[in-house]
Design a protein around this ligand. Structure first.
Ligand code: ZN
Length: 161
């Protein structure tokens, strides 16, 4: 049964509210995580508690229990001159920077317009309701090493990282 300290293998499909598949993983390449280690979004981790091998579940996760609400203060316009001159700025490029509150955030360039660069520091799935179709493939006890690291080391516990 899924509970804290277990390493869980899942197959899953993640869809948005329009039913489009955003991400998926099957039995050949399962998602492996340590339950209670906050490796997956809170809403999904909570919903998986108590499930057994072979069980399937449809889980709907609200933004607050997923990747958070969209934060407009992380949508910024900055000057091209703030970037290194040798970098070709293009939509979709990502870089690490400090948010107004000082925390480290990954920003994505949305648009380059004259001297201005529009950047967005929200997670791409922020503000979205997440729909997971999951199947529990395997449950095992976490090794001592996995417990101390706070994450799973692959399906058999020997994955190097
Ligand atoms: Zn580790």
């Amino acid at each position: 049964m899924i509970e804290n300290g277990k390493v869980v293998s899942l197959s899953y499909a993640l869809k948005n509210s329009q039913g489009e598949i955003l991400d998926q993983s099957d039995s050949r390449d399962p998602l492996v995580y340590l339950h209670g280690g906050h490796q997956i979004v809170t809403g999904l981790e909570t919903a998986l508690e108590g499930l057994k091998i072979g069980e399937k579940k449809n889980v709907v996760v609200a933004p607050a229990d997923g990747y958070g609400e969209k934060n407009d203060s992380l949508c910024l316009t900055v000057k091209k001159a703030q970037f290194p001159a040798n970098v070709q700025l293009e939509p979709g490029m990502q870089f690490q920077a400090h948010a107004p509150d000082g925390s480290g955030v990954v920003f994505t360039i949305e648009k380059v317009e004259g001297d201005n660069v529009h950047i967005n520091g929200n997670h791409p799935l922020a503000g979205q309701t997440l729909h997971f179709d999951i199947e529990v493939l395997d449950i095992r006890d976490a090794s001592e090493e996995e417990r101390s690291h706070g994450h799973a080391h692959g399906p058999d516990g020997h994955h190097h990282h």
